[in-house]
Design a protein around this ligand. Structure first.
Ligand code: 3UK
Length: 491
């Protein structure tokens, strides 16, 4: 489906997802609930228009980038929608990144404003309200930063119509959202996954969203679910695995309010699907989305889940699995997944060559290997690059290798993905030491701490194996695939 066939040229996503609810008589319905405050649609609309007027009054111009570094909560929503309402471009970042990582992205997007404090946003929200800027449906609305193959950030540029497409496809057809729904996303709003789950899917229909600022430990999640009783529950596979471990250890949870559980970010192992079903009576609908396509384009449907698979194409998206020549492969053959849908990014900001390598007309290369079985069900078969998904977040093996190589004891190393006991991928490092002979005491532990000091916590190698040499090609390239074939080592 194409936005140009349905939306007028003048289209502001903030006006659609916020103000329209008031115009259609849902002003008194709750938009946001949570520990940090409750907002009806009328209150949110007022705050968004106040914030956007304050922004413009401070000399910010339409098209300017506004970086958002905030925990989930009402101020996040006001900052994001207020930025779009002003005709500016929102750039939400993970507050957990290091200062240098924030600085790199702020520099790359050329931010004019940085919002990293909730208090002034809530104050600006009380400014005399402005009107929604007359943006184009194809105008820049928000950038989401995603990790590249060497760990460098890539700004994924999205347009005002993209969230509307996701709402008409995955939101309407798979989630079946309605005004009586309440969403709770364990994945935070700065992820493309969390942004849809916790903002534009509920707001598309005047439903409410539970916003939670804290660290989503199983206990905290169970408490939020008990307190706010969501109907739609979203998490990544690692979070489901952690919640199952907590339930096994005797924790109590009440998911009786939930009608649908969703997983995305990395493949959901069938074992987790089955254990969750046994514990809560609920299926988990696994679907694959990407920052580039905005949200989920291939998914299991409620009542029809095939555990371990990614399900079928979301209505509105076309999928092909192709060989190196671009020809469709047959049933059960593995090939590269390419997707056509109108929520696909316009470009990578400042990355013209990467853009051309990823987009081909209306089609985008996902970088994922897939096979489709005779029933038309899609099965994930790994990545075509060496990138890993750990806890739903990217890990570049190259980046972890560089961090390890900076340690004085390390001559060279290779990092691959290895499945843990839950069937979830975690980094495993093979390390060649500078001096041969006995490895000192707990060198593995020291190398793990060393990586943790330099990179985001989810990137450290859960296993470290010291080896005499790495497998190499004749031209000296490390053969990660040889290491992937080795038997797992428990350390
Ligand atoms: C992998 C999956 C198997 C796959 C995302 C839902 O994860 C999201 O976006 P990212 O840009 O990563 C995209 C890549 O992650 N992946 C995601 N989900 C699955 N692999 N099964 C899955 N269910 O390699 C994909 O190309 O971080 C997820 C909604 C919006 C998103 N941006």
């Amino acid at each position: 489906m194409r936005a140009a066939d349905y939306l007028p040229a003048a289209f502001n996503a903030a006006e659609f997802f916020v103000a329209r609810n008031v115009a259609e008589g849902r002003g008194d319905a709750l938009a946001i609930v949570g520990d940090a405050g409750t907002f009806t649609y009328a209150q949110l609309d007022r705050a968004v228009r106040g914030f956007s007027a304050a922004l413009l009054e401070q000399g910010v111009h339409p098209g300017d980038r506004v970086v958002l570094i905030l925990p989930d909560g009402p101020a996040w929503a006001i900052g994001f929608w207020g930025t779009l309402a002003a005709g500016c471009v929102a750039v939400p970042l993970n507050p957990g990144l290091r200062a240098e990582e924030h600085a790199e992205i702020i520099e790359d997007c050329g931010a004019q404003v940085i919002l990293n404090d909730a208090e002034p946003i809530l104050r600006d929200a009380e400014h005399a309200p402005g009107a929604y800027a007359r943006t184009h449906r194809d105008g820049f609305a928000f950038f989401l930063y995603s990790s590249g193959t060497t760990g460098e950030p890539k700004g994924v540029v999205h347009l005002h119509h993209d969230m509307w497409i996701c709402a008409r496809t995955y939101g309407e057809k798979l989630l079946g959202t309605s005004a009586s729904d309440r969403a709770f996303s364990v994945a935070k709003l700065f992820f493309a996954y969390g942004l849809g789950n916790g903002q534009y899917f509920p707001m598309d229909v005047g439903a409410s969203s539970v916003l939670f600022a804290g660290r989503p430990t199983p206990e905290a999640v169970f408490e939020q679910v008990a307190r706010y009783r969501p109907t739609l529950f979203f998490a990544v596979p690692t979070a489901y695995a952690q919640m199952l471990a907590a339930l096994d250890a005797g924790a109590k949870a009440d998911f009786s309010s939930v009608r649908m559980c969703v997983s995305a970010g990395e493949a959901l192992p069938a074992s987790i699907f089955n254990r969750w079903l046994a514990n809560t009576g609920l299926e988990i609908c696994d679907g694959i989305g990407s920052t580039e396509i905005t949200h989920i384009f291939l998914s299991n449907a409620p009542g029809e889940c095939v555990p371990g698979s990614s399900g079928r194409a979301v209505p509105g998206y076309e999928l092909r699995i192709v060989d190196e020549d671009g020809a469709d492969v047959g049933a059960d053959e593995i090939g590269d997944l390419i997707v056509r849908g109108d929520s696909t990014m316009a470009l990578y900001w400042n990355k013209h060559e990467r853009t051309k390598a990823t987009l081909a007309g209306e089609w985008i290369r996902t970088g994922d290997k897939y096979r489709r079985d005779a029933q038309g069900v899609y099965w994930h078969a790994g990545r075509s690059d060496d990138m890993l998904k750990v806890s739903g977040m990217w890990v570049s093996p190259v980046e972890v290798e560089s961090a390890l190589t900076a340690h004085e004891s390390v001559l060279e190393c290779a990092v691959i993905g290895r499945e843990d006991r839950d069937g979830l991928t975690k980094p495993h490092a093979y390390v060649v030491l500078r001096s041969s002979g006995e490895a000192p005491g707990d060198l593995a532990g020291e190398l793990q701490s060393f990586v943790k000091e330099h990179l985001a916590p989810h990137k450290y190698p859960r296993w470290v194996t010291i080896v005499d040499a790495l497998p190499k090609t004749a031209t000296g390239k490390t053969q990660r695939f040889v290491l992937r074939g080795k038997a797992p080592v428990e350390v």
